[in-house]
Design a protein around this ligand. Sequence first.
Ligand code: AMP
Ligand code: ZN
Length: 113
Amino acid sequence: MSDCLFCKIVAGEIPAETLYRDDLVMAIPDVNPQAPIHLLVMPVRHAGNVAELAEGEKDATIAAVFSTAALLGSRHAPGGFRLVANTGKDGGQTVDHFHVHVLGGRQMDWPPG
Ligand code: AMP
Ligand code: ZN
């Protein structure tokens, strides 16, 4: 997707610190952190959101994104962390390329806003 912000990050056209990368996923710090630890894990190949991926042909992408997010959460926020996949307008998604937020380093509130 030529006009997608995260596709441009994956392609190296917009700079970001690569915290993890393999054939399926990439992880970067969030540019506007909402917690002391705030990472984003996204698929290398464009997908609009997790629901779109779940409806499509089954592949390993959803599992790879969430398992990488969990591993990075354990590593960067050993006290505990929250994984968030904002999906669609009401879900608060602002970048239409599937990503999981890894939030940690402080006590999380519930319910979320
Ligand atoms: P969401 O609102 O769930 O779609 O999350 C999008 C996230 O992308 C927000 O937390 C933004 O702070 C983050 N973001 C936007 N642009 C960049 C960027 N260039 N590098 C890293 N994170 C970004
Ligand atoms: Zn994209």
